[in-house]
Ligand binder design. Structure first.
Ligand SMILES: *Cc1c(COP(=O)(O)O)cnc(C)c1O
Length: 431
């Protein structure tokens, strides 16, 4: 399988090259040259497959010859070695809980797969790779954990001081080894700007092999297809599900649509957004108008220019009429999000995190208009990562899950830095 740049100005590359580069030289996103078709009988008999067998069947065509089978089997087994339960909330809405991984985030799947692929591609460690990533909270923990102890790879995470939750901060700052956390005296946009400038800086790129670990990287984006298949293994209804995905950069939902295009039965995809409504507006006007991000209580979705939306358009070959049949998108306010956490807890005893609550409201509204259908949300993070909002809405204290209890005894270690690229550059040049 080869990958081409959606900007069409760069040569085609293998999976390995696309994963190592992240973005094409023409700044386009890499996209698979063709969409594999699932083997005959696979979907019909999906319950007979183990999670690992599903993983290998789905990912093998995308990886091609870049990774030998035995290594791919091992990478997949390690990537998905936790549960992906589809839990009923109400009579027609379920929750696909994607927060049972080591950092309690769905991003664990993509980050674990990507880190192990890069570790393999860099196995002779001829040169060190430095993964640079800015986080508003969730990405950093998953990336840090995924890359912990991978030879030949250093990870530098920038996060906004005082703007991530206590658990998120401990996840970023207590790992040690090849992971370092820079605590920026500024907001997420400052962190993002510093990272973006670093990728364009000639001095830094001469000195270090910099790479990014966000969802534009095919090695992080593509394995996200897997949990849509794991959900289908657990789906009990005769009709295919409506799947609602809390969306920010649209990498997660785009992976689901890719799975569907290759043969996974899905009734409809619903992208649930917070006040950052560039895509819901696009679906109304067919005008794509990026904006500055607005801060909300579902902050992992505070994205004003979703980088993967262009991949969704590519999956539908820019045919709006076709896109509209399979995909819709809505915006949900913070007030409704809080109210949803409260109501769902009161009525069903289920605790949603703010991102899942945005999804729940969107799906419940959709199903009122399509009462013959049913579906599930992707619960993208554990509520404990957003304790203030969730505890206020439910009136209940949250318990710390076992994956994070050990963190509470640990000491944070961060490098405190003023906002501004020059500070990051000075520090990186000394490494
Ligand atoms: C990253 C993230 C999202 C958004 O996912 P995209 O793939 O960027 O659309 C949603 N919820 C949580 C909790 C996240 O961390």
């Amino acid at each position: 399988m080869n990958y081409y740049s959606l900007n069409q100005q760069s040569p085609k590359v293998t999976f390995a090259e696309a994963a190592v580069r992240g973005q094409a030289p023409d700044k386009g996103l890499y996209f698979p040259e063709n969409i594999p078709v699932l083997p005959k009988g696979f979907v019909e008999n999906i319950r007979q497959y183990s999670k690992e067998a599903v993983g290998v069947t789905v990912m093998k065509p995308y990886v091609g010859d870049s990774i030998p089978d035995d290594v791919l089997n091992e990478i997949i087994a390690e990537t998905i070695n936790f549960d992906f339960p589809l839990v009923p909330i109400s009579n027609n809405i379920g929750s696909l809980e994607l927060f049972h991984g080591p950092t309690l985030a769905f991003k664990d799947v993509g980050a674990r797969f990507m880190s192990r692929c890069l570790g393999y591609f860099n196995r002779h460690a001829y040169h060190h790779v430095t993964v640079l990533v800015a986080t508003s909270g969730d990405t950093g923990g998953a990336v840090a954990n995924g890359f912990l102890g991978v030879d030949g790879v250093d990870v530098v995470i920038l996060y906004p001081s005082g703007k991530v939750s206590p658990i998120q901060e401990l996840q970023l700052t207590t790992l040690g080894k090849n992971i370092r956390a820079i605590e920026v005296k500024g907001n997420f946009d400052d962190c993002q700007a510093m990272v973006k400038q670093a990728f364009m800086d000639a001095d830094l790129n001469n000195k270090l092999s910099l790479t990014s670990a966000n969802s534009i990287n095919v090695a992080r984006w593509l394995p996200q297809q897997l949990y849509y298949f794991f959900a289908y293994q657990q789906w009990q209804e005769a009709n295919p599900p409506v799947i609602c995905v809390p969306s920010g950069n649209f990498g997660n939902i785009c992976a689901g649509i890719l799975a569907h295009v290759s043969g996974l039965p899905v009734q409809h995809f619903l992208a649930a957004c917070n006040a950052n409504d560039v895509v819901p507006r696009y679906m109304q006007t067919q005008q794509y108008e990026p904006k500055n991000a607005i801060a909300t209580i579902s902050n992992a979705m505070d994205v004003g220019n979703p980088s993967n939306f262009i991949r969704i358009l590519a999956l539908f070959q820019q045919q709006f009429a076709h896109l509209q049949q399979v995909f819709s998108s809505v915006s949900v306010s913070d007030a409704i999000t809080e109210h949803t956490i409260q109501q769902v807890f009161k009525q069903y005893g289920y605790t949603l995190d703010p991102h899942g609550a945005v999804g729940y409201h969107a799906l419940a509204t959709y199903l009122q208009q399509h009462p013959e259908q049913s579906g599930f949300i992707l619960e993208t993070a554990h509520p404990i990562k957003f304790p203030d909002t969730v505890e206020k809405a439910t009136g209940q204290a949250l318990a710390y899950p076992q994956q994070v209890q050990h963190l509470l005894q640990q000491q944070k270690q961060s490098i405190v830095m003023d906002a501004g690229f020059e500070h990051l550059k000075e520090w990186l040049m000394q490494q």
